[in-house]
Design a protein around this ligand. Structure first.
Ligand SMILES: [Ca+2]
Ligand SMILES: [Ca+2]
Ligand SMILES: [Ca+2]
Length: 308
């Protein structure tokens, strides 16, 4: 769908002015612009008056579209959109831009284009640019990937790939993606945005970026909360553990007399110790906690006596 916005033209000097109105919309959503300042129209209560606003730009574009369809009723909706944007008068930066889109609608050129009968399929690929992160930058933690994409007919999708593997497919504005770089190894990555228009034409833009997240070298802390040192225990004993880490504890192991007897992989990391088949004696309990980076730490050992 074409979005009509913005405008030019001070009162009664529309053709001479073409100045952008202060209330114009701008950004990636702009397809083209049309007059909307000081537009003569029917008035409430009768008669005519001049009004301003983007609401007055939209019917100007709709009217030109109607002229195009009247000139060449065989055109499809897509072709009408194509005629409108290809017959615009370009303003600002050459070609599509975020201020004027493809330019200011031009009724005469649009009708001439429609009458030419030379309206084929769209062969003009979209424009696409990764606006953030910048090429050559180093990124960490979570970064927002922003893409600017535009097309003479319409952008259907923007795909993002990392080293050729698709990680996101964006079909609506804004074309942004939240990249959690901590899920990726430190190193160089090619981040590519591939824009596809509604006719299947594609363009791509690649930036090389480096991922660097400070490695986790801080080991967990772990202690045995229960049983208390010197306790006398029997039957099934619950070994309560207190474990924490700057990034998170992934696993806690229980060792009895130096031999691993149990493993817990989720909080609260409490484990059971079955003493039923053990001899009455003093036993040494110790726990070992791990984090995702492979750092580990031992708890202080706790000696308890098993009673039968
Ligand atoms: Ca332009
Ligand atoms: Ca196109
Ligand atoms: Ca850690």
């Amino acid at each position: 769908m074409l979005l009509a916005f913005a405008l030019f033209g001070a009162r009664r000097r529309i053709s001479a002015s073409d100045a952008l109105a202060s209330f114009s919309n701008t950004g990636n959503i702009i397809d083209l612009v049309a007059p909307g300042d000081g537009i003569t129209t029917t008035n409430r209560g009768g008669g005519y008056a001049t009004w301003s606003g983007t609401s007055f730009s939209a019917p100007v574009v709709a009217g030109v579209a109607a002229l195009v369809i009247a000139a060449n009723p065989a055109l499809t909706g897509r072709q009408v959109m194509q005629v409108l944007v290809e017959s615009c008068d370009d303003f600002g930066a050459t070609g599509w831009d975020t201020t004027y889109g493809w330019g200011r609608v031009n009724a005469q050129k649009a009708v001439q284009r429609a009458l030419s009968g030379n309206i084929g399929g769209d062969t003009m690929p979209p424009s696409v640019q990764i606006t953030s992160p910048a090429a050559g930058s180093t990124v960490s933690n979570t970064v927002i990937v922003s893409v600017s994409a535009a097309d003479n007919v319409g952008v259907a999708s923007v795909s993002l790939t990392l080293n050729g593997v698709e990680v996101a497919k964006l079909t609506r504005l804004p074309y942004t993606w939240s990249w959690d770089t901590t899920a990726y190894a430190n190193g160089s990555y090619n981040l590519t945005a591939i824009a596809t228009d509604t006719w299947g034409n594609q363009s791509a833009h690649t930036v090389a970026v480096s991922v660097y997240n400070v490695p986790d070298t801080t080991p967990p802390t772990v202690s045995i909360v229960a049983p208390a040192p010197g306790s006398v225990v029997s039957g099934t004993v619950t070994v309560q553990v207190n474990a924490s880490d700057n990034k998170g504890v992934t696993k806690v192991e229980l060792y009895v007399n130096g031999k691993r007897t149990n493993t817990a992989t989720a909080p609260p990391f409490s484990m059971t110790w079955n003493t039923r088949n053990l001899k009455a004696a003093t036993y040494t309990l110790q726990c070992r906690a791990y984090d995702a980076a492979g750092n580990s730490a031992w708890s202080k050992s706790v000696q308890v006596t098993v009673q039968r």
